[in-house]
Design a binder for this molecule. Structure first.
Ligand SMILES: [Zn+2]
Length: 245
């Protein structure tokens, strides 16, 4: 029987456009080997965006969004300006098991400051040698009543995060709590983040920042909504991030 990850790879390969650059990396988690795929579109274009999903295995909406981004050719409007690096699923063992962590019970998005991180993290880190202009990370939240996002960039923070939320709110309500994940939030926007130097651990977003990425958005849907709504919300967020960068 095909695993969920096998199906992701099948759809991903089926949706490849004519001009593309596909690479793959072999990683081992526990006793199982996985092939992780990376797609680059619009190579050499002036602006560079990284879009990634599935670092938490129990957040399938991000992976589905990235597949739809390809299948529906959502990149087409931006392909003359942006070079895309797409990582459709960073944590295949977690996706197959339906767990946040990988098969070694590690939350990969806590390991980006480690000297010797898990292979999935090393794989993700390998793309940051040349700084991206934009890093979009697709997540989901089981406890949130609505959509929200983390925005990380040099001060002053640009209006990009607010622009995304204004448009996404037409598809999914925002999480309007004043505090989300123990951080101050403003109508779904978390831009007052901890100082990376003071943190013992880093998520991928802070690693991206440390590697010179100019704008980073970590996007969170509310898992209680139907998959179709979550994917539409994420696709809208990607569209706004690219169009109003
Ligand atoms: Zn997540």
């Amino acid at each position: 029987m095909n695993s969920l990850y096998d199906e992701v790879v099948f759809r991903f390969k089926n949706a490849l456009p004519e001009k593309h650059l596909l690479t793959s990396t072999n990683i081992q988690t526990g006793s199982t080997q996985y092939q992780l795929y990376t797609l680059v579109l619009g190579k050499g274009n002036p602006r560079r965006a990284l879009i990634s999903a599935g670092i938490h295995g129990d957040e399938p909406g991000g992976v589905e969004t990235l597949l739809k981004f390809l299948e529906q050719k959502e990149y087409e409007n931006y392909i003359n300006e942006w070079e895309f690096t797409l990582l459709p699923c960073i944590n295949p063992s977690g996706l197959n098991a339906g767990t946040r962590e990988n098969a070694e019970a590690i939350d990969l998005n806590r390991k980006f400051r480690e000297a010797n991180p898990p292979e999935e993290v090393q794989y993700a880190q390998s793309f940051f040698d040349k700084p991206f202009d934009l890093d979009i990370e697709l997540h989901e939240d089981y406890d949130s009543p609505g959509y929200y996002l983390f925005q990380k960039e040099d001060e002053p923070v640009s209006p990009l995060g607010r622009s995304i939320l204004d448009e996404v709110a037409k598809i999914m309500p925002l999480n309007i709590s004043e505090e989300i994940e123990e951080l101050p939030a403003d109508n779904g926007l978390l831009a007052r983040l901890s100082d990376p130097e003071e943190m013992d651990w880093w998520p991928m977003a802070l690693y991206a920042y440390s590697r010179g990425c100019k704008k980073i958005v970590t996007l969170e849907t509310a898992t209680s909504f139907p998959m179709e709504t979550r994917v539409r919300a994420h696709l809208k967020a990607i569209e706004i991030a690219l169009a109003r960068y």
